[in-house]
Structures are given as structure tokens and as C-alpha cells.
Design a protein around this ligand. Structure first.
Ligand code: LLP
Length: 414
């Protein structure tokens, strides 16, 4: 059942009135549904029940502390890519023993902090990174648990900016170099080889590239075993894509079934790092119409949210559904771009939409739970939006609106 409901022509999300939230907290405002977060997490648990995976939520999708705390309470682990994300997970009460540390450029300080915290595994992306982790671990007198991220050279068939598993991408260790890299890792005293991982891209609708990548990984797992290197886990990377507009909803169960089939009889634990599909459709960005402007060739609905709040449309030409919180039929519908106040032509949230709105109306920009607030900036000296978590009629402020003095808190007037 949808968590969106129209009551007296006013849109509610998880039983909370969006108009009321806008009135209380102002706009732009991110609103996340805790019920939707739970449902998305449980969908993975149920689909993959056979393999009892460790689900490591990819923090980069939405790192709000309360979102992390909720996932931790559901038993989630976390996929992090920086010391900052590790600190967030720990501050939210996450278990370091369920943390996977990914990313191509881990600094020595980040590695040290992660070792101190006791992370489950470093997903290593290059030979020099192996050496760095080994030397930090040696200095600390510990063994660092590592997995090698293999670049399987599989086309994820997604936007080129979020495709990561091709030869030409900066990520992972080339498939052809993988065995040699494992041998090198095995020769380093302060490393403990625990796994293998890959991540080929995000917003995958066709799931066959995911199983293709896993098949390639398993070839290596067998070759390693023949050399006496036995792995404890296999990490299949990010999750499935979500529906923003007219995509076909990927079949999570079918994907889980193919993974289960491929892993049948193998001793390794399954690990995965979904982000978008756990939070994407659990969030909306609420914004208010400032002006409706008739240009010479185009109409513009100018709203108070902008590319600094949600940069996906500007960066990837991403589509987000835009709906009126209180749809009206007393004004003409026009074809318009929904744009923000930022001084860039690329500052649009939606293009060529049919909208019937007037100044002051509220719009809900859909599918704004993932890679939205987490990619926000202060461009044009705009404070970051407030964030609300709603759950069955209750609301909680989980990020207060940034005010002007927050903006120059770290600047020095010299
Ligand atoms: N694991 C690793 C190593 C990743 O790099 C990512 C995402 C994930 C897991 C989570 O993947 P997901 O389940 O969310 O597909 N900003 C872009 C998305 C960038 C994704 C980067 N990596 C967007 O707004 O579409």
C-alpha cells in the first residue's frame, strides 16, 4: 500500500500532512518515512532470506544520523567511504563490526581510525592501497581484514557517471590482475584476506549485469581456493534501481534467487551494500512556489528549492516526479520547467511538466530520499534544508535548517 494518501485534497506521507509540515518547519524541507525505510530493508531481508546476508546500507545515499540509527536498529551494517561516514555510523550507534570500508582513496588517518574502531573489512581498490593498509596495521600491531574489489568489466547499462564496473572506470582491481593482487595481499603480514567484492554501478534496472558480475567473481573465488586462499564472504555490491518515472521495478526476488543459485553449496557469507533502494522512495523534497513566470518561449515555475538541495537533475539529467500537495483545478495547466533561484541555467529540478500552480503552492519532489540531501551544498550561500522523519502520523525534526551564521562558521574574517 502506498504511504502517500490524499486526505481532503491534501497530500499526506506516512499519515502526516505535508502542508502542515511545511507550515511548521518551512521549505525547502526533506521528509523521510520511517515506515518506508523499514519496508525497504525488510524487502531485502525477505528476498535474500535463504542466504541470510549482512546488509551494509551505503551511507552515502543518505547519512542522516536518525536514518542510520533506524537502520542499525533493524540490524543493518554499513558501507562507508570516508572517515566522516565512519564517524556518523558510530555516532548513530552503528556496530563497527558490521562496517565495510569502500572507496579508492583511503588516507592513512582514515585507515587508522577504521582499524581502531574495528571495522569488518576494507574493500581495497588498488595495490598501493594494500601496501598502505598493511603498513598502518603493522604500526598498530594489528591485522587488517581485507577484501579486493574486482572490476569485472561488465556494463551496468546505467548513466555513465554512475557506472563503475567498466575497464575505463577508476574503480577496483582489473579482473586480469586480481589473482596476482591476492597473492600480493597474502604475502603481506598485517593483512588478513577475508573476502571479495565488486560494485558495477547504481540505478540498475536490468539486473542481468549484476549476476554476470557475480559469475565472474566466482571464477576467481575458485581459483583462489585452488591456491589455498579461502574467503569468508562474497560482497555483491550495491542494490537494485528504483522507479523514478516509468522504469520497470526490478524484481528483487528474481535477483535474490539467482544469487542464491550461484552461491549454492559455497561456504561464504553473503554481504551486500544497497543504498538507493533502501531510502530513495522513502523521501520527498517539499518546496514552495515563489513565482510562476512566463518566458518568451517557456514557462517557469520558480520554487524555493534548488540544485544545491537536489543536484541530481543538474548533474545526471535525472527525472524526479513533481506533484502538487493540494492539486487545484481553478487555474490553467501550463507546460513548465520547475527551477530554483540559483544563478545557473542548469538549476532545474524538473523540465517540461504539466502543472497547475500559483504562487505559494506546495510541490512534493518525489524519490528524494537517496543522493539528495547527502549531495547538497551551500552554493549561492543557501543553508541546507531541514529534515523530518515521519512515522505513522508522528513527526520528528532530524536536521534543523541551517541558518546564516552556520554558513560562515568556519570562515575567518582576516
Ligand atoms: N557500494 C559502493 C562501493 C558504491 O559506490 C555505491 C554507490 C553503493 C554501494 C550503493 O549503490 P546503490 O545501491 O545506491 O545503487 N549520486 C548518484 C549515485 C552514485 C552511486 C555511487 N556508488 C545518483 O544520484 O544517482
Amino acid at each position: 500500500m502506498s504511504l502517500f494518501q490524499s486526505i481532503d485534497n491534501s497530500l499526506h506521507f506516512d499519515q502526516v500532512s505535508l502542508a502542515q509540515l511545511a507550515k511548521t518547519y518551512g521549505t525547502p524541507l526533506y521528509v523521510y518515512s520511517q515506515t518506508a525505510l523499514t519496508q525497504a530493508f525488510q524487502a531485502y531481508q525477505q528476498a535474500f532470506a535463504k542466504n541470510q546476508p549482512l546488509i551494509c546500507y551505503a551511507v552515502k545515499a543518505n547519512g542522516n544520523l536518525s536514518v542510520l540509527k533506524h537502520f542499525a536498529s533493524l540490524g543493518s551494517g554499513f558501507d562507508i567511504v570516508s572517515g566522516g561516514e565512519l564517524a556518523r555510523v558510530l555516532a548513530a550507534g552503528g556496530d563497527a563490526g558490521k562496517v565495510i570500508f569502500s572507496g579508492v582513496g583511503k588516507s592513512a588517518a582514515e585507515i587508522q581510525d577504521a582499524l581502531q574502531a574495528g571495522v569488518l573489512c576494507f574493500n581495497v581498490e588498488s595495490l598501493p592501497e594494500l601496501d598502505r593498509i598493511n603498513s598502518v596495521a603493522a604500526k598498530m600491531g594489528v591485522q587488517a581484514p581485507i577484501s579486493l574489489r574486482i572490476n569485472p568489466d561488465v556494463d551496468a547499462q546505467t548513466h555513465p557517471y554512475i557506472s563503475t564496473g567498466l575497464k575505463e572506470n577508476k574503480f577496483g582491481i582489473a579482473f586480469v590482475d586480481a589473482l596476482q593482487a591476492y597473492r600480493h595481499a597474502a604475502s603481506l603480514e598485517n593483512l588478513q584476506i577475508v573476502g571479495i567484492d565488486c560494485h558495477i554501478g547504481s540505478q540498475l534496472i536490468d539486473l542481468s549485469p549484476l549476476t554476470e558480475a557475480l559469475e565472474r567473481l566466482l571464477v576467481l573465488v575458485d581459483q583462489l581456493e585452488a591456491e589455498g586462499i579461502v574467503l569468508q564472504h562474497i560482497d555483491i555490491g550495491g542494490g537494485v534501481g528504483i522507479v523514478y518515472s516509468d522504469e520497470t521495478q526490478p524484481d528483487l526476488q528474481a535477483y535474490a534467487d539467482s544469487v542464491a543459485r550461484l552461491l549454492e553449496g559455497r561456504p561464504q557469507h553473503l554481504v551486500m551494500e544497497p543504498g538507493r533502494s533502501l531510502v530513495g522512495n522513502a523521501g520527498v523534497l517539499l518546496t514552495q512556489v515563489e513565482f510562476v513566470k512566463q518566458g518568451e518561449t517557456k514557462n517557469f515555475v520558480i520554487v524555493d528549492a534548488a540544485m544545491n538541495d537536489l543536484m541530481r537533475p543538474a548533474l545526471y539529467q535525472a527525472y524526479h516526479e513533481v506533484v502538487a500537495v493540494a492539486p487545484r483545478n481553478d487555474v490553467e495547466t501550463v507546460l513548465a520547467d520547475v527551477v530554483g533561484p540559483i544563478c545557473e541555467t542548469g538549476d532545474f529540478l524538473a523540465q517540461n511538466r504539466q502543472l497547475a500552480v500559483v504562487e505559494g503552492d506546495l510541490l512534493a519532489i518525489q524519490s528524494a530520499g537517496a543522493y539528495a540531501s547527502s549531495m547538497a551544498s551551500n552554493y549561492n550561500s543557501r543553508g541546507k534544508a531541514a529534515e523530518i522523519l515521519v512515522c505513522e502520523g508522528q513527526e520528528t525534526l532530524v536536521r534543523r535548517r541551517e541558518n546564516v551564521s552556520d554558513l560562515w562558521r568556519d570562515e575567518i574574517l582576516a
